[in-house]
Design a protein around this ligand. Sequence first.
Ligand code: IMP
Length: 436
Amino acid sequence: MQHLTISGLQWGDEGKGKIVDILAENYDVIIRFQGGHNAGHTLVIGDKVFKLSLLPSGIVRADKLCVIGNGVVINPEALHKEITTLQAGGIDINERLKIADNAALILPIHSHIETLRGQVQKIGTTARGIGPAYEDKIARRAIRICDLYDKTHLKQQITVLTDYHNIWLKGMDEPPINPQDMIDFTMQYRDLLLRHAVPIVPFLHNLAAQNKRFLFEGAQGALLDIDHGTYPFVTSSNTIAGAVAAGSGVGGNADTHPFKLGIIKAYCTRVGNGIFPSEDDGEAGDILAENGAEFGTVTGRKRRCGWLDLPLLRHTINISGIDGLLLTKLDVLDTFETINICTHYQYQGEKIDYLPNFIPDNEPLTPIYHQMQGWQTQLRGAKSISDFPQQARDFIDFIETQIQLKIMMVSTGPDRADIIISDLPDFILGDYSNQT
Ligand code: IMP
């Protein structure tokens, strides 16, 4: 009864939502374990488009239980909005959503501070208060959902929090936050939060004891990981597959330890600032952005685009302990005459195969590309990889050989049907073939 973790191996936006939605068929519980409403998942189901940022992608399937783990930071207003929008779209979630009662909340004070600090411009954050909320969690002054069980205790905790932040606001010549505003905000969503709250560890372990299978849904991508990403241009949580245990309380033993699927896009994108060695800010980048509709789900920002970067991929595969790969958006490369894949970097006169953690401004790092011939045909509609033109098969072979991992699934379009499964283990696949 092996569980499954799905994580992005680049800077997010690899198309995880769609893959989770498809593979959810064979799993009972879909669990998010990190991040907040900074994540953006677009799901296309028939003629309906769902944009999710906080709820697990499995929520659009009527028979799936969805869990927001303790590693997620929750903005109650965003939660309420997403639930209301889904319900208006005919999706009933009430009994199917559970939230860890030890998850920390994002309050309006957090996005306020983030904006005042200039992090939105400096890092290119989503301005959702994610970083400041995680800071409060690590500093042990966060408001957790379980604090809402006792109203007197909640008020005290919120006052401690606002007292702390008001010192800084005073130093910035900004008006102080009135604790009562934060209390009112939290109380407004108290019923909603408590309706879904569960003690996550006994809750999930009881389900595991009934042989329920878990699918852990990562948000963002491994290159945005607070420890192993392109710091400081990262998000404030651990985004790698290993964060599942801390963010959900499920470690997994020899039988249930999650199988880890890594999602990679056939090229790279990033939103926000920070190093992007294979970025193409010329015509090729524009074509990738246009063909791939590379505009942020959460902020609407145009994503920076560039070529697939193998040194970074090896890095995130190693950190996450990835067992197999899913390649998405291969069709976005359809029109290119030549396609670049970054295999190494030129740095300080040497050819290196990893990204140094510190690169001085006067020591440029230049990508070294392996150039491949494009296929210049439409891939969408192909039923198997053997139907692909030779150039597309060469592209896949090259990646597999370079990183020594199997590509088990390829996606060639936005719909559920645009998925080619080549080598996915049966225990993951289940009866997927029956639903297409
Ligand atoms: P934060 O998560 O809002 O603190 O933003 C930190 C960095 O992570 C910024 O570069 C964001 O653009 C990026 N980021 C956060 N969430 C996502 C996502 O879901 N997809 C892609 N980038 C993201």
